[in-house]
Every structure is written in structure tokens, then in C-alpha cells.
Design a protein around this ligand. Structure first.
Ligand SMILES: *Cc1c(COP(=O)(O)O)cnc(C)c1O
Length: 236
């Protein structure tokens, strides 16, 4: 996002579409599931339109853009960072970010904890697992995640709160495959819950489902759907 986009007079049909779609999705979601409206690459005026119909949880994937929107938009917005986060940028969002979805290494979790301690908070984090076929996607492979958790080092990280699991399915029209991938994610969530967080009521989030596959994600335990283009249109 740059200033020209922000200053562009927003098209009223687009704003109407945003308000209608957010209202419609929120009306469809089961009670245990929340919408993360993914506003990355879209102007602040689009976020405001969704906010105006009650949406409070938004997802961004670039630190600079999140900084700008956080400063500009209403302060009761819960900002979720959903993209790949570089360790050297954690410090910029640590004071206010409501959840970091895509934690995919011990090194990143360690840095988030360090920054959380500096801000005197426990930053809610999700551990990202790799279930898709594409090799380009980030995330722990499931055995890697189990090995990491078994070391117990995360228990000493006072500045984070591990709240669940996140994944992205393959980008395919093969919905059977998407179902299988979400199913693997949900089984992993259940196993991790049982082994490491049985008494912890804050470990409860399953972040999966995007515009094209969120309906399938809802059949596989999703508690956070991250929907962008369906609400805000194609990203420029
Ligand atoms: C962009 C993005 C989304 C939203 O994707 P849409 O297809 O636009 O709904 C969800 N999750 C992550 C991690 C993303 O980067």
C-alpha cells in the first residue's frame, strides 16, 4: 500500500461489497469461529468499511503496512499478523499485535518472547505447520513440530502464549486434498493439545481457511478463518 492508494477516493460499490460480504460471512460462521478479515495491500478506507459493520479482527502480512494502519485506524481493532515474520521486525509490532499466526521456527518464537517481555506482555502466537504439497510454503513439518515441543524450551519463554496451530492448504481445486491437509492440521492440533496444553484454555485456536477453502476449513475444526479477496477484492 502506498499513499496514492490511501488518498484515492474509494469506490462506493466496493465499500458496499465489503460491508455486505463481512456481514454475510459473520452471519454464517459457527459460534466457535471468528473471521480474520485479511486487509493486506488494501487501503485503510476498506478496513474502515468493514469496521463500520462491526468487524474488529483484521489480518496483515507486512510490518510497515500494519504499522501505518495501526496508527491510522480505530484503536479497538485487533491486528493479527498472518504473514512470514522476520525476526528483526518483531520489535515494531510487539507492543500492540493481538496475535502472530505464522510462527515457524524456535528462533522466531524466542525473539517474539524477548520482545514480549520488553513490552511486559505475553504475545499470543500460533505455530505454523506445513501440510501443503507446495515446497514454497513456510511452517514446521509435523514431526519437526513434535520434536520442538518435546524439548520443552518453549515453556521458559515468558513473553509468548502459544494459543494454537495455523496452516495453509495447497492452492488447488482438489477439495479432497484440501480436506486431507486440514484434517492433518486438526489431528496435530488435538495431539498437541492433549500432550502439552490439556489444562490450558487459551490453547484453542485452529487458524485455517481462506477465501476459496474456508467452507472446507469449517468442517475440519477451524476457529479462525483468514479471508481477504472475497471481502476486499483482488489485491493490486
Ligand atoms: C493473503 C492471505 C490470506 C487471505 O487469502 P485470500 O485468498 O485473499 O482470502 C490468508 N492467509 C494468509 C497467510 C495470507 O497471506
Amino acid at each position: 500500500m502506498d499513499d496514492t492508494q490511501v488518498l484515492n477516493y474509494p469506490d462506493s460499490d466496493t465499500l458496499r461489497h465489503i460491508r455486505q460480504t463481512v456481514t454475510q460471512i459473520n452471519g454464517q460462521l459457527p459460534s466457535g469461529c471468528r473471521l480474520v478479515a485479511v486487509s493486506k495491500y488494501h487501503p485503510a478506507s476498506y478496513v474502515q468499511a468493514a469496521y463500520d459493520v462491526g468487524q474488529r479482527v483484521f489480518g496483515e502480512s507486512r510490518v510497515q503496512e500494519l504499522q501505518f494502519k495501526h496508527e491510522t485506524l480505530p484503536k479497538d481493532i485487533e491486528w493479527h499478523f498472518i504473514g512470514h515474520l522476520q525476526t528483526n521486525k518483531v520489535k515494531y509490532i510487539a507492543p500492540y499485535v493481538s496475535m502472530i499466526h505464522a510462527v515457524d521456527s524456535e528462533r522466531l518464537l524466542t525473539e517474539i518472547s524477548r520482545q514480549g517481555i520488553l513490552c511486559k506482555r505475553k504475545i499470543p502466537c500460533l505455530l505454523q505447520i506445513h501440510v501443503a504439497q507446495e515446497e514454497t510454503k513456510y511452517g514446521f513439518h509435523v514431526p519437526e513440530l513434535m520434536a520442538f515441543l518435546s524439548t520443552g524450551t518453549w515453556r521458559t519463554m515468558e513473553g509468548v502464549n502459544i494459543c494454537g496451530i495455523m496452516c495453509m492448504a495447497s492452492n488447488t481445486d482438489n477439495m479432497e486434498q484440501v480436506r486431507n491437509e486440514f484434517h492433518i492440521a486438526y489431528s496435530t492440533y488435538q495431539k498437541v493439545k492433549e500432550l502439552y496444553f490439556p489444562e490450558d484454555t487459551t490453547f484453542r485456536e485452529c487458524s485455517w481457511g481462506m477465501s476459496h477453502d474456508y467452507a472446507m476449513a469449517l468442517t475440519q475444526g477451524s476457529t479462525l478463518v483468514r479471508i481477504g479477496s472475497m471481502i476486499f477484492g483482488d489485491r493490486v
